[in-house]
Design a protein around this ligand. Structure first.
Ligand code: ATP
Ligand code: ZN
Length: 292
């Protein structure tokens, strides 16, 4: 009985961003994993009704530290923050959102080469990652650390170049800058404390199983189509499927219905080929969860 009580009482603590670019997608991922939590609002933490998990809402920059210290067991943060902070953590899974890149940008009229950076002053909020890059490239430049609005530094004469996060590049453009080098492609990752006990580890395993099923489902589509029987061999040849496609006879003689699963990446190519091969009435349906 004591063991059971302990199991019911024990909760996995996950840290996610309080508000900002990762907030919505982090909550959505938990929701798609069947973990229902009340909206954070201004609360520091909340509990899930149907999974032994407690959610802490923190600034993204603080999440690696809290996870290293064990205040939270796991967390969701951008790779840019995780690698800048150099904490002793496990990176369990890339989560496919919060995509951006840490890049060097210079004035749009500069004639840039890597050697151009020698002796220059670079403004950034990522001194560790920038220094690692400069060391790799054997470039000697001065790093000027600032915490926000890095993109205005060249315009006000504070630096010759910047190293900052970019997604669309529109912020650079409006500040008269151009992106010249990518230092680190980044996305949100699930991180974990290195010393979790067995109970927490098994909860993390359970959560990861669900996350992977959600991710797999997102990148795949269920496809249904009709085809005359004499075209079936060609059509089946185009379809990968989880094992092989399902083929069912239609009420009309000489026709079949074919069901399969397609990866989003090669989706449009295959659809075109299927049409050319004689497929008709093609339906594409989202998959909610996919367990392979
Ligand atoms: P906090 O108050 O939590 O410290 P913040 O202002 O530092 O918030 P956001 O701007 O919300 O953080 O960015 C959080 C994370 O989103 C970044 O660390 C990065 O991993 C990711 N991200 C994705 N695209 C971008 C982008 N264009 N600019 C900045 N960060 C981005
Ligand atoms: Zn931050």
């Amino acid at each position: 009985m004591v063991g059971l009580f302990y199991l019911i009482d024990m909760k996995l603590k996950i840290a996610i961003q309080k508000s900002g670019r990762l907030y919505d997608d982090s909550l959505r991922l938990l929701k798609e994993c069947g973990i229902i939590i009340s909206n954070g609002g201004n609360k520091l933490k909340t509990e899930a009704a149907n999974f032994p998990i407690e959610v802490y809402f923190l600034r993204d920059d603080d999440i690696p530290q809290y996870v290293e210290d064990g205040v939270a067991d796991i967390g969701i943060a951008g790779e840019n923050v995780v690698y800048e902070k150099k904490k002793k953590l496990e990176v369990l899974e890339k989560l496919g959102f919060g995509k951006c890149r840490l890049s060097i940008a210079v004035g749009k009229n500069e004639n840039f080469s890597r050697q151009w950076l020698n002796g220059k002053k670079i403004a950034t909020s990522y001194p560790v990652l920038l220094q690692q890059y400069l060391d790799r490239q054997k470039i000697s430049a001065e790093i000027h650390e600032i915490s926000g609005s890095v993109e205005i530094a060249p315009g006000i004469g504070l630096a010759d170049a910047i190293c900052d996060l970019v997604s669309s590049g529109s912020t650079l453009l409006t500040n008269g800058l151009k992106e010249v080098e990518t230092i680190l492609p980044s996305q949100a990752v699930l991180i974990s404390n290195k010393n979790l006990d067995d109970d927490r580890r098994s909860l993390v395993k359970k959560l990861l199983f669900r996350i992977r099923a959600v991710q797999k489902a997102r990148s795949n589509k269920y496809i249904l189509l009709n085809a005359p029987n004499e075209k079936l061999d060609d059509i089946i040849g185009l379809l990968p499927g989880m094992k092989s496609p399902t083929v069912l006879p239609l009420a009309i003689k000489g026709w079949s219905s074919v069901h399969s699963v397609l990866e989003e990446d090669d989706f449009w190519d295959i659809i075109e080929q299927l049409k050319e091969a004689g497929a008709q009435g093609i339906l594409v349906v989202p998959i909610e969860k996919m367990i392979v």
